[in-house]
Design a protein around this ligand. Structure first.
Ligand code: SAH
Length: 396
């Protein structure tokens, strides 16, 4: 079958040749045929040279998600099966499955599967179809996942804003197998967590911070910890396990703090920590005014920057919380500060912390640089798949 043919504007073939998987509408000169949502198309340069094959979405700014750069590559069920198999195989050596049973199996463009997320929580898979390219092949993909992994059930969490950009409706529910329980108990580095895959953020848990929770925990023994933006207590459980003397957890949501409390007591029923519903921006100022200090502060805010136009405002937000956190740290204390905004580069993030340190009047050293877990691989041809950055700093 011949596919609809897309011709690029002169000079717009560079990113395609560099194998970037996104092709924006502005690069397209001509569309021959009437490709529908998710339909496969062939991309040619102005001189009629074949460049790549991908899935078209007439309603998205990312008009084509490129899938292959080989003219003889069929995009059929074997193709999808092969990509999934490769992604899953890549995880086998990464995770110690005796102490961790929750991890990302498919990381969208990072795994050459644009818009597809597959997370494993114990015996269940939780999936997101965030592009038309994968949405139209949902059945094939789900079938392959069943064959490759035999999960108890596959639950879909495509109830996210990202679907709007692809003009896809938000949807959520069981795709195959058994309904997951209200809370799935997972193990991470031998610690237990309850995960609500129906209502939790993303697919239920911030799996991308798994390694960082362990790395930050080594600064927690005997320390008074402030866990800001705590969500369901990921960093609280690991810091508690490492022997923190007291942990103050802050989040604007009472519901997630309740789950944080349950998660901590599941692991260490004897702990007596603080869980406060508060706005971190205000609460940090309050601590400074009331002269409360901490030995270790973890700042893991939600994404402040969703598109380029928000970079400046987002940078101000990051600077604000980091400056106040530095002010309320004891001398020699540790700040573990994160940004999950892909648009904020590692370089910019470091500059933001520099500005915060100058304004806080503190001397600050970087002692560790952190990134997303290795089950969230970064494709060299898709820098957007590199989003999470963290700096662990000693503050004097
Ligand atoms: N560190 C967590 C993930 C944090 S997600 C983990 O490892 O699991 C970010 C959290 O910040 C969410 O739970 C959200 O409810 C909370 N949040 C967002 N804005 C906030 C604000 N201004 N003040 C306090 N909490 C906020």
């Amino acid at each position: 079958m011949t596919l609809s043919r897309i011709t690029l504007k002169r000079g717009r073939e560079k990113s395609v040749k560099n194998r970037h998987p996104w092709l924006f509408s502005g690069a397209i000169q001509r569309v021959q045929g009437q490709p529908e949502v998710g339909e496969l198309v062939d991309v040619y340069d102005k001189q009629n040279n074949f460049l790549a094959r991908g899935a078209y979405n007439p309603r998205s700014q990312i008009r084509i998600r490129l899938l292959s750069w080989q003219v003889d590559q069929q995009i059929d069920s074997d193709f999808w099966h092969g990509r999934l198999e490769r992604a899953i195989a890549g995880r086998q050596t990464l995770i110690n499955q005796t102490d961790t049973n929750a991890y990302r199996l498919v990381h969208s463009d990072g795994d050459g599967l644009p818009g597809l997320i597959v997370d494993q929580y114990d015996e269940w898979l939780v999936v997101q179809f965030l592009s038309a390219a994968v949405e139209v092949h949902k059945e094939t993909i789900v079938e392959s996942l069943q064959q490759l992994l035999t999960p108890r059930g596959i639950y879909e969490r495509s109830d996210t804003e990202a679907r709007k950009k692809e003009a896809l409706p938000q949807t959520q529910g069981l795709l195959v197998g058994e309904e997951p329980p209200e809370q799935i108990t997972i193990a991470e580095h031998g610690q237990s967590f309850l995960v609500d895959v129906r209502q939790g953020h993303k697919t239920g848990f911030y799996l991308d911070q798994r390694e960082n929770r362990r790395k930050v925990a080594k600064y927690a023994a005997g320390k008074r910890v402030l866990n800001a933006f705590s969500y369901t207590g990921g960093f609280a459980v690991s810091a508690g396990h490492a022997g923190a003397s007291h942990i103050t957890n802050l989040d604007s949501s009472a519901a997630v703090l309740e789950l944080a409390r349950q998660n901590v007591s599941l692991n260490q029923p004897e702990r007596d920590d603080t869980y406060e519903v508060a706005d971190v921006f205000q609460q940090l100022r309050h601590y400074q005014q009331t002269e409360q200090t901490f030995d270790l502060i973890i700042l893991d805010p939600p994404k402040f920057v969703h598109n380029r136009s928000q970079i400046e405002k987002g940078a101000r937000g990051y600077k604000d919380i980091n400056m106040w956190a530095m002010k309320i740290l004891e001398s020699g204390g540790v700040l573990a500060s994160f940004s999950c905004s892909g648009q904020v580069s590692a370089d910019l993030f470091q500059k933001i912390l520099f500005g915060a340190a100058v304004d806080a009047g503190r001397e600050v050293q970087i002692i560790e640089r952190l990134t997303q877990g290795s089950d969230h691989p970064i494709s060299l041809t898709c820098p957007e798949s590199d989003y999470l950055k963290g700096l662990v700093c000693r503050v004097w």
